[in-house]
Design a protein. Sequence first.
Length: 173
Amino acid sequence: MPRIRRLHSSDWQLLRAVRLEMIADTPMAYVESLEAARRQTETQWQVRAAAMSGEGSITLVADAGEDGSKLCGLMRVVLKHPQNPEKPVQAVLISVYVAPEHRGLGLADELLNESCKAAAEELRAERIELGVHEENVRALAFYRRHGFEATGASRPYPQDTSKLELVMERHLP
C-alpha cells in the first residue's frame, strides 16, 4: 500500500503530473480543463503547491515512499468559512483522485479517513462537505459507506450546468 503524506510546496512537479493525469482521466470531475492546466507555468504550479499546503488547506497525497515517486492518489480539504460565525466550522473535500492502477485496493478509503481526521483535528471542523455529480452512482455509494449523507441541497454542476451536483456532508468526531 502506498504511504500517505502531506503535499509540500516543493512537490510542485509531482502535483503538476498528477493534476494533468487527473484531468485527462476524468475531465468532467474538475472545473479546470486539461488545456488550461497544461498552459500553467512552472511558477504558477509552484504557487498552487504552496497554496495547497498552506493555512486552511490540507492536501494529502499517496506515493511509493521514495523521493520524487509518482503520486498515485490525492485528496484536499479546505476550510469553509461560514457566513454566520455562530454556525459550526465546516471543511470542504475537493480534488479527490486515485490513479486507475490503485483503484479498488483501499487507497481511497485510507485517504478519505485521513482527510476527515485532519479536518477535525487540525482545521477544527465539525462537519465536512462535498459535491457529487448527480449521475455518479459509484461516488454517491462510496461516500454513503463513509458516513456522508445528502443534505438535500444541490447546485449546478460547474462543467455542465444542465446537471446537478448533490451536496453531501458528514459529521466529524
